[in-house]
Write a protein that binds this ligand. Sequence first.
Ligand SMILES: [Zn+2]
Length: 152
Amino acid sequence: MSSELNIHVGAYVEITAEPIYEIEKVLMCTMHRDVKTGVYCPKCGSKLQLVPVTEVRQPSLYTLLPEDEYTDRLSEAEVSDDLDVVYAVGNWNGDETKLEISRYVATLNEITPDMPARFIAAFNAEYADVLAVLRERATSVEMKFGVLTWWS
Ligand SMILES: [Zn+2]
């Protein structure tokens, strides 16, 4: 259940990766594939059978980086339902890769023209090892600067 709105202003990474194809066996009528409950199909009387069905899932930061050493470095920003794109932001706080945005007190953050390039450079430096691993596993890894909001 979604309850907290995350707001990120700063560098983020757009990862394009192959969707995950999984073959699952689903009990259904081989003629009427929408019939998935019971023992016999009410439309044709055939016994339901286990049929292999290909399910397509969106990759996640976790499926791309399952190793413990990477789990606390980046967080996934769930801003897209595209089946081949994952967005991630950095968790490091002592940095200049993102602005601190409070949802509880008034704040003012000026965005200066140098920020996008500077924040992306800091992100690249801080997460060079993680980004190198992602580049091996993903189709493309692109650094960007922007505003992301998502529920978690
Ligand atoms: Zn049937």
